[in-house]
Design a protein around this ligand. Structure first.
Ligand code: SF4
Length: 60
C-alpha cells in the first residue's frame, strides 16, 4: 500500500498526471495525487511510472 504522502509527491513530479475530475482538481478541492489520477487503477499506476519517479525523487 502506497502512502498518501508518497502519492502526492510522485503526482507532483509526474508529466503523465491526469486528474480524474478536472473541475474538483482545478478548484483546489482535490489534491494532486496518484490516487486522483486516471492512470491509477487497482492500487497501482497503469503506466508503470510510479517506482521510477519515486526512485528519481529519492536520488535528489
Ligand atoms: S498514477 Fe502514474 S501517471 Fe498518474 S500521477 Fe501517479 S505515477 Fe503519474
Amino acid at each position: 500500500m502506497l502512502s498518501i504522502e508518497k502519492k502526492m509527491i510522485v503526482a507532483d513530479s509526474c508529466l503523465e498526471y491526469e486528474p480524474k475530475n478536472e473541475f474538483f482538481m482545478y478548484s483546489g478541492i482535490l489534491p494532486k495525487s496518484c490516487a486522483n489520477c486516471v492512470n491509477y487503477r487497482d492500487s497501482q499506476c497503469s503506466k508503470d511510472l510510479f517506482n521510477n519517479i519515486c526512485n528519481n525523487i529519492e536520488k535528489n
